[in-house]
Design a protein around this ligand. Structure first.
Ligand SMILES: [Zn+2]
Ligand SMILES: [Zn+2]
Length: 308
């Protein structure tokens, strides 16, 4: 049995040796695709998980073939350091048109996949044709997604546009070294890009044993958040845990202060849990949380449910 650190012990460690930031692995999309495929059988949304597995596999392929990005802007990095702000803020960073080439490449890979349904092919053909003829419209949709401008998000296209943005932002953050990211950035947002987390995970093994990290919904960086703390509003008094089965490796961490929840994965119980895939595959837990009058703090980037 591994001993679980108490909250006080974790906070003590926090000041000394906890790794604050884990940059994404260059294989992050491939790992996600594999996990989605393994979760699909018998899942109530199994077909959707298989579609997103194909999307994540396309992301991995595009990521691996992507030409390198331009040199980092040293002045911009220095300003981020000086103001404690994420260096590649999703809302304000000037993204290069390269991300649209990623969208085109992801779309083409998926169109070559004959296992995908006719409606998906139609959706992708329309998306790619608009990308060619009116790229400014696609840029506007990307802006809406990155700033959570719910009124202007097209839920059907959103997972594909987000997928291309994820590839681009992962490329960006992988040009960084952890020490180039400011040590103190706004709570609850990714220190690299300022986006919200998709979920959080309590790690297993080595110096990260039993330490909780939130995973960025955009760039997949992971950052430390002390356990039993609301990842949305930082409250520590009214945090509670909900599960569908006893001793589950997947829980919803709710907050009575802000009425929001996010899922938390315990890797000692669910060793292969992946922050995006397992969030998507545990939709029944979202239904339970809805019944208990809690709200998802934000959408999974692969599934946009816009009605609140
Ligand atoms: Zn990020
Ligand atoms: Zn809260």
């Amino acid at each position: 049995m591994q001993r679980i650190l108490t909250r006080g012990e974790i906070e003590t460690l926090d000041r000394t040796s906890i790794v604050r930031l884990i940059l994404p692995l260059p294989t992050t999309f491939g790992i996600r695709a594999e996990r989605l495929r393994s979760l699909a059988p018998d899942n109530p949304i199994g077909d959707y998980l298989l579609l997103i597995a194909a999307l994540a596999a396309a992301q991995q392929s595009v990521y691996e073939k992507a030409p390198p990005l331009a040199e980092l802007d040293e002045l911009q990095l220095a300003q981020a350091q000086a103001h404690g702000m994420p260096p590649f803020s999703a809302r304000s960073f000037h993204r290069e048109p390269q991300w649209r080439a990623h969208l085109e490449a992801i779309g083409q890979l998926l169109l070559a996949d004959t296992s995908l349904s006719a409606p998906i092919h139609t959706l992708l053909n329309e998306l790619l044709s608009e990308l060619k003829q009116a790229p400014e419209q696609i840029e506007r949709q990307a802006d809406a997604l990155l700033s959570h401008d719910i009124e202007h998000i097209d839920a059907a296209r959103a997972p594909f546009i987000m997928a291309a943005l994820q590839v681009y932002w992962s490329q960006l953050v992988l040009t960084l070294e952890s020490k180039q990211v400011p040590a103190n950035t706004p709570f609850g947002l990714c220190p690299c890009c300022g986006s919200q987390p998709v979920s959080s995970s309590v790690m297993l093994g080595g110096p990260k044993e039993q330490i909780r990290y939130a995973t960025c919904s955009l760039c997949a960086s992971q950052w430390h958040i002390v356990r039993v703390t609301c990842t949305h509003c930082e409250d520590t008094q009214q945090v509670a845990y909900h599960t569908l089965e006893a001793d589950a490796g997947i829980k919803a961490e709710s907050c009575g202060h802000c009425q929001q929840y996010r899922k938390i994965f315990y890797l000692d119980k669910e060793q292969h849990a992946e922050p995006f895939a397992d969030d998507l595959a545990s939709l029944p837990l979202d239904i339970l949380m809805g019944e208990e009058q809690f709200y998802r703090a934000n959408n999974n980037p692969y599934l946009w449910q816009l009605a609140q």
